[in-house]
Each structure stands twice: as structure tokens, then as C-alpha cells.
Design a protein around this ligand. Structure first.
Ligand code: ADP
Length: 505
């Protein structure tokens, strides 16, 4: 086993991996950019090395700086986390070339799966159903028009090297193709340095369901059930859960076996995720493979009892999986809400600032994976995710109730957050019924609905007391600015006053 691991990342995922190292008795090495000097991951690691200025292109993304820090510290292995260099085959190769173990799949598997078109070809050959579309690049709008006519509108233009929703364009009819091809190509070129695009059928209101797989270097590969990640804004996940309300045991087995076949076909080792889109009839289609630990991996940890970060390290050290498919049991239900510094009422625009108040919820069934503390800054330089709030319950209802309790308890000031947005979604009858789709937010979420229901009574009282409160310097101008009704603002102020009385600030 390793004695020292460098974590080539920041924020909550760096903290998560430092904790896995500590559980294994391994020393951890952090790297940090200038503004991250005092960050939580730096405070928690056993050692820390500076790697340059704030811009990730000059720090967290510079392969040579990371390898140099690993050399200096004497780390035998590097965990890349997610984002930054996690799915960069050249980085994985640079680790191998420097005699450092890359905690992840072999560079060849990253390369193959990082190319969405190549991945589609591999999956098809392995007998995995894929989203209808092409496996060859589209060069121009003439080619795109032909393919689109064959597939049928609406279609989705996607970047072969895509990620984070970049280079993706929905096209409803032929008149939109030309500008969509041009837009997708230039966005892909600037984001990935690769302008190859391809076409998929744009599925109507699908569900996003993914399978966690884990493989060792001795030929063992196991699936750890599914995660449903259908609640998305701008095609990016915001609430995830396990198990999926749609998936029954036979669908789980079919998807799991397809994912394992896919992993085997790619020569996959370590933890990976095979993403699918599914319809309400339980048909599913391969979307892409993520060759790393996912943001939402903890929901799988909660329902399987398997520590994925620890398993990743053991596999990289050459150990065999300590469980087989028959050992995997899904117990209870887990939900993750990604807590972002963003404003749902302004198109989920990121919000920056100092966390002047920061108090995490706790109690039965709660897990918070965060990389911040009170006084820390959410800056423009990095992803505005503050934390991942997770709950676990004996069933979906209990996990949801605990999530609502935890969201209610969470106190964050200094930035706008999506906490009230999560409450609104979790209370929606369609969410409670488990009728989810990737269009859920577009269909059901209106920022003006954002008000915790169980506080409606407080709002009514507050409304009646409006005038009195105005005299007590209630900020009515703030109510106008935020375009919410004064009725609701009064309710909020009442709640804030109450919590202030309780000493929450
Ligand atoms: P990225 O890697 O850029 O995040 P993905 O291929 O993982 O892109 O897709 C992200 C999301 O976009 C999916 O979860 C889904 O909501 C939507 N999406 C992608 N492909 C399709 C499709 N063919 N039809 C409908 N929605 C899609």
C-alpha cells in the first residue's frame, strides 16, 4: 500500500480524498493556488505545495507543476478527483512516465471513453443500446442536414470531446442547423481544442440514470447499482439519488450488466460511471462514460456501504476487489443536493463573496461533503459549488424529509445560494411521486414559487403585520429588488427574526 498520496485538486473533493487517505493511514499531500493558501483542503492535508496563481490554467491544470510537487513530496500516487486533470489521458500518462501511480483508469481507457463518438462505437460493439445517432464526425451543415433528416428532428449536436454541456446544441428544424453547427464547433474548439461534432436524436423528456462500476486489475468488475440524476439545470445535475424511483430489479440487472460489458470492452480499471438516458417504459440508451469519481458518488456509498474513494486507492495499489457482484446489496435511499453559490431567480447565475455565516446541518441521516468554512471565499476562479448535502433514510420518503430538515437548518450568508430552490423541488408533488425527467426544472420550477410551504402560516401572519414591521425597518426596498411579493418577504423576515432570536444569526 502507498504511504503518501498527492491530491491534484481543491475544494470538497480534495477534502473527501484526504479523509480516505487518513482512514487508510496514508499521508496526504495537497496542492494549492495562491488564493487557496488557506483553503480547507490545505489545512487538512499533512503537507501542501503551492502551484501558482489563481487561474487554473496556470495552477491546477499544469501537469508539470503537479508532477513536480509529487516528486518533491515523495508521493507514490496521485488522485485527480474530478474536473481539472481527472479525465486528461496525457496527465495519466505523465504520471505513469514519472513512475507515479495514477489513481484512475489506464490512459488508453481515458482516451477511448473521453471521445464520445469512439465510446459510442465501443458500446455498440459490446451490445449496449446507444442513443440513436452517428458515430462519425459531421463536417458541415450539408452533412448535418442529411443525417438529421434520417434521424428525425429534434436532434442534438454534440462535441466528441464534450463535457459540462459545452458544444451542445438542440436543433428543432433544418433552418437552425447552420448556426448550430457553427456554434457547436467553435465552442468545442475553444473549450477542448477539438472541434469534432456528431449528432444524436434529442430524446423527449428522458431520465438520466447512471451505473457505478468498479474494476480491479485482476479482471474483476462489479456494478454498484444506479443513481438517478434527472434534476438538472442547463443539462447539469443538481439533485441526485439512489436508487432511482424508476428502476426495478430487472432493469437494474440489465443496465448493470450492460455497464460491466462496456467497462470490460474498454479495458477499464478503477471506478467509473456509465451514463444512460432512459424513458418511462424502462428502455435505456448509452450516453457516455465518466472515467473518474463522480461528484454524486456518495449516494452510492450510502446505499451500498462501500467507500468508493478507499476502493479506488486499493485498486490502484494492485489489490483485488474485496467483494463480488453477489455481495452488493442496495439498502435504504440516499439523496444529494448540490449546494451552489448561484441565483436560481437569475438563470442560476453564479454568486461570489465571503461566507460571512456558514453553519452546516447535522443529525440523523445527514452527510455534508464540503471544502469551505465560515470566512472562506467563493471566487470567480473556480466552480461555485459550496458543498454536497446528502441524506440517507430507510426509504425515499424518509430521505426526503431529512433533506428538508437539513436544508432548513443550513445557514449561509454572504452569497446567494440555491437552498430555497432545493426545498421547492423536493416539495413538488411530481418529485415526491418520483416522476422525474431532465426537463423537470423547466416544466415545474418558477422562482416565484420559492417559499418553504410549512412556513406559509408564518407568511400569513407576517402579511398582517406588514405595516408594523415596516416601521421596524423591514427592508421593503429589498423586497422590490428581488421581485418577490412583499407577502413572502415579510414571511422570510419573520423567519429570519425568529432564527436570529434562537442565536442562529
Ligand atoms: P456533458 O458530458 O457535456 O455533460 P452529456 O452527454 O453527459 O454531456 O449530457 C448531459 C445532459 O444533456 C444529459 O444528462 C441530458 O440531460 C442531456 N442530453 C444529452 N444527450 C441527450 C439526448 N440525446 N437527448 C436528450 N437529452 C440529452
Amino acid at each position: 500500500m502507498f504511504t503518501k498520496i498527492l491530491i491534484a485538486n481543491r475544494g470538497e473533493i480534495a477534502v473527501r480524498i484526504i479523509r480516505a487517505c487518513r482512514d487508510l493511514g496514508i499521508r496526504s499531500v495537497a496542492v494549492f493556488s495562491e488564493p487557496d493558501r488557506g483553503a480547507l483542503h490545505v489545512r487538512l492535508a499533512d503537507e501542501a505545495y503551492p502551484i501558482g496563481p489563481a487561474a487554473s490554467s496556470e495552477s491546477y491544470l499544469v501537469i508539470e507543476k503537479i508532477i513536480e510537487a509529487a516528486r518533491k513530496s515523495g508521493a507514490e500516487a496521485i488522485h485527480p478527483g474530478y474536473g481539472f486533470l481527472a479525465e486528461n489521458a496525457a496527465f495519466a500518462q505523465a504520471c505513469v512516465d514519472s513512475g507515479i501511480v495514477f489513481i484512475g483508469p489506464p490512459p488508453s481507457a481515458i482516451r477511448m471513453m473521453g471521445d464520445k463518438m469512439a465510446a459510442r462505437t465501443v458500446m455498440k460493439a459490446a451490445g449496449v443500446p446507444i442513443v440513436p445517432g452517428t458515430e462519425n464526425p459531421i463536417d458541415d451543415d450539408i452533412g448535418a442536414i442529411k443525417i438529421a433528416a434520417w434521424i428525425g428532428y429534434p436532434i442534438l449536436i454534440k462535441a466528441a470531446a464534450g463535457g459540462g454541456g459545452k458544444g451542445m446544441r438542440i436543433v428543432h428544424d433544418q433552418s437552425e442547423i447552420k448556426s448550430a453547427v457553427r456554434g457547436a464547433k467553435s465552442e468545442a474548439k475553444s473549450a477542448f481544442g477539438d472541434d469534432r461534432i456528431y449528432i444524436e436524436k434529442y430524446l423527449a423528456k428522458p431520465r438520466h440514470i447512471e451505473i457505478q462500476v468498479i474494476a480491479d486489475s485482476h479482471g474483476n468488475c462489479v456494478y454498484l447499482g444506479e443513481r438517478e440524476c434527472s434534476i438538472q439545470r442547463r443539462h447539469q445535475k443538481v439533485i441526485e439519488e439512489a436508487p432511482s424511483p424508476l428502476v426495478n430489479p430487472s432493469m437494474r440487472k440489465k443496465m448493470g450488466q450492460a455497464a460491466v460489458a462496456a467497462a470490460r470492452a474498454a479495458g477499464y480499471v478503477n471506478a467509473g460511471t456509465v451514463e444512460f438516458l432512459a424513458d418511462d417504459h424502462r428502455n435505456f440508451y448509452f450516453l457516455e462514460v465518466n472515467t473518474r469519481l463522480q461528484v454524486e458518488h456518495p449516494v452510492t456509498e450510502l446505499v451500498t456501504g462501500i467507500d468508493l474513494a478507499i476502493e479506488q486507492i486499493k485498486i490502484a495499489a494492485g489489490e483485488k476487489l474485496s467483494f463480488s457482484q453477489g455481495d452488493i446489496k442496495i439498502t435504504g435511499h440516499a439523496i444529494e443536493c448540490r449546494i451552489y453559490a448561484e441565483d436560481p431567480s437569475s438563470g442560476f447565475l453564479p454568486s461570489t463573496g465571503i461566507l460571512s455565516v456558514y453553519h452546516e446541518p447535522a443529525g440523523p441521516g445527514i452527510r455534508v461533503d464540503s471544502g469551505v468554512y465560515e470566512g472562506a471565499e467563493i471566487s470567480v476562479y473556480y466552480d461555485p459549488m459550496i458543498s454536497k448535502l446528502l441524506t440517507f433514510g430507510k426509504d425515499r420518503l424518509q430521505a426526503t424529509a431529512r433533506m428538508l430538515r437539513a436544508l432548513e437548518e443550513y445557514r449561509i450568508s454572504g452569497v446567494t445560494t440555491n437552498i430555497d430552490f432545493h426545498k421547492t423541488i423536493l416539495r413538488h408533488p411530481e418529485f415526491i411521486a418520483g416522476r422525474l425527467s431532465t426537463h423537470f426544472i423547466d416544466m415545474y420550477y418558477k422562482p416565484s414559487d420559492e417559499f418553504p410551504e410549512n412556513l406559509a402560516e408564518a407568511a400569513a401572519i407576517a402579511g398582517a403585520l406588514m405595516e408594523h414591521q415596516a416601521q421596524n425597518k423591514l427592508s421593503l426596498s429589498a423586497a422590490k429588488r428581488s421581485r418577490v411579493s412583499q407577502w413572502k418577504t415579510a414571511g422570510r423576515n419573520l423567519i429570519q427574526n425568529r432564527t436570529a432570536e434562537k442565536g442562529w444569526r
